[in-house]
Design a binder for this molecule. Structure first.
Ligand code: FAD
Length: 305
């Protein structure tokens, strides 16, 4: 997310009256429902089952980030443990995606590390994996350090990296030897020029070179997390020369026809399915990366749909 309009949208949506309007009105909730599976685990599991029936795998994201105290961090961990148990019971091909600030990173890093351990152990017990989402740049180094430790100890994790960050190539040199799955995305936060490239063209160029690096790394499983035609086409051409596993990943509610096309052509596709009551920051990032979504919301607010 690098353009000016996206930054302006993030700045506006951070204002309290705007947040109230979106979270407390029916149109606001309706727009959220396009991108969020529901507020409960039951709703998320129902959506996951539909996606699996359509040929996809799933990553469940219990929404939340930047918790304000230890108790909240522990509740988030417990919610994820319950989610893993349900994945085990359902037998669905699903894993979890987790933000470490939701487990207390930044507040109590030791607690976040212990919780990540517990999630990895439970995930192994139900035969699945844990993906660590990447958040704002102030957390990148801690996220990677906590991931490195957990992946060395358990071996069933993966991590997201953001193509817009100047540091990502060096991070991959650390991450690739650890195996696991590595999700390459463009990056969803507003970052300054000294940490991230700013223009869409630069982000795309970074994405393409990191994608080539990952696709030529047999030790890791690359996850191509993009809805961008050109990035997907490049991935398809690189896949021709790859015999090791990989997968595409897309967000729930984004580019449904493209998702169906990939599945029809037998490409492995995992859908990122967010759920929970704390959907507001997730929704604002989806609005910011596609300003047309804001028009969709304003039309809904005006009662036209
Ligand atoms: C599975 C998955 C996991 C992710 N995890 C992270 C993470 O851990 N950390 C992080 O910083 N970012 C994450 N992202 C978000 C990512 O960084 C981008 O912000 C987002 O994917 C948009 O980039 P794009 O590659 O789809 O390309 P874009 O150029 O933004 O989009 C290409 C096309 O896709 C469609 N599209 C894209 N976004 C939307 C939208 N919101 N609404 C409607 N249509 C849209 C449009 O048709 C657009 O033209 C993740 C993305 C995916 C798919």
């Amino acid at each position: 997310m690098a353009d000016l309009l996206g930054r302006a949208i993030l700045a506006v949506t951070e204002r309290k009256p705007v947040r109230r309007t979106i979270t407390n009105t029916r149109p606001g909730k309706a727009v959220a429902r396009r991108f969020v599976a529901g507020e409960t685990l039951d709703e998320a599991m129902a959506v996951a089952a539909e996606l699996v029936a359509a040929g996809c795998e799933v990553s469940l994201d219990h929404l939340g980030e930047h918790v304000s105290d230890r108790a909240e961090a522990e509740r988030s961990r417990d919610d994820y443990l319950a989610c893993l148990d349900r994945i085990g019971e359902s037998g669905l091909p699903a894993n979890i995606s987790v933000k470490l600030t939701q487990l207390g990173m930044g507040l109590d890093n030791a607690l976040a590390a212990t919780s990540l351990d517990q999630l990895a152990v439970r995930a192994a017990a139900v035969g699945t994996t844990v993906t660590v989402d990447m958040e704002e740049s102030e957390y990148t180094e801690t996220t990677i350090s906590l991931y490195e430790q957990a992946q060395r100890d358990h071996g069933n994790l993966g991590i997201a990296v953001q193509a817009y960050m100047h540091r990502t190539k060096a991070d991959l040199d650390r991450l690739i030897p650890l195996g696991g799955h590595i999700r390459l995305c463009k990056g969803a936060y507003a970052e300054p020029a000294d940490v991230a490239v700013q223009s869409n063209d630069e982000v795309d160029a970074m994405f393409d070179s990191l994608l080539a690096l990952l696709m030529h790394s047999p030790a890791t499983k690359p996850a191509i997390a993009s809805h961008d035609d050109e990035r997907i086409d490049l991935a398809k051409s690189l896949i021709e020369h790859r015999s090791e596993p990989y997968e595409f990943q897309m967000l729930y509610g984004v580019r449904g026809p493209m998702q169906r096309e990939l599945v029809a052509a037998s490409y492995p596709l995992r859908i990122y399915v967010p759920y929970g009551v704390a959907w507001y920051p997730y929704l604002t990032r989806r609005l910011a990366e596609r300003p047309a979504n804001v028009l969709f919301f304003l039309r809904a607010l005006a009662g036209r749909r």
